[in-house]
Write a protein that binds this ligand. Sequence first.
Ligand code: SIN
Length: 295
Amino acid sequence: MPSTQFQVRYPDSPLGAEISGLDLSKDVDAATFREIEKVFHERSVIWFRDQKLTPEQHVKFSRHFGDVEVPTNRQYSLASCPEVYVVSNIVENGRNIGNADAGRVWHTDSSYMQVPSRGSLLYAIEVPQDDQGGPLGDTCFASMTAAYDDLPDDVKKRAEGLRGVHNYTQQYERRLAKIKAQGGVREELTTDLKAKVPDVVHPVIRTHPVTGRKCVYVSVSFVIKVLGIDEEEGLKLRDYLIEHSTQPRYVYRHQWRAGDLLMWDNCATQHLAINDYALPQRRLMYRTTVKGTAV
Ligand code: SIN
């Protein structure tokens, strides 16, 4: 593939870029990758339309960005390629073939890990459609850098230096209870698994490891406490930061097409999956998650 021959289109939003002219099933050379990475750091979310990728090709492209995580909870990993996590509402033999309710609240992937993820790559295989053939199941991405930049100075000062406690199990158990109440099936968290995800502490305002820009780094999904201030005050600050950061002016909403490979930055953005479809409207996505660096 010739180096750096691709085009970039920007949506009217503070983040996001569509890259065209590349076939990611083929090798991407180092010079082309550097250009892609540059756009990724500038725009935090990038996507490539019309790709035809096997799970192995998806993982191979993801590895350009770093080591690929094997999910903490492997119940929805592909057996043949455990780095690929299945997000889907499809039921086969009475069981969901993937996580059917991933990302239903604003969050950033793996923030509950000591070393959180750098980015995630979601590949659309089946996209649900409305009666007119329009796409459903969009994903929204909010820019945590643009949101930080606009924070009032007194809030910036208050949040700087504070640290949030990120917890995996509480949100999992909340979702499990909901699924069970609706008659669904999902694995319980084993003691072994719980031991793999102890609470971790990260700054409420995180500095991006590459761009050096400041990012709001709290989510409703995982942050259960803010250390260093009164507990109630801490939760109020968390909620304020999330409400501020997810206003429409910081958001790009992606309408999926089958064949899209989209990557987001897990430090500079949060995301939210829109739940506006139901079987027989099918949604099938494969996700890889790239390891980051210590915060
Ligand atoms: C996720 O939160 O990783 C899934 C997002 C989506 O399915 O749109």
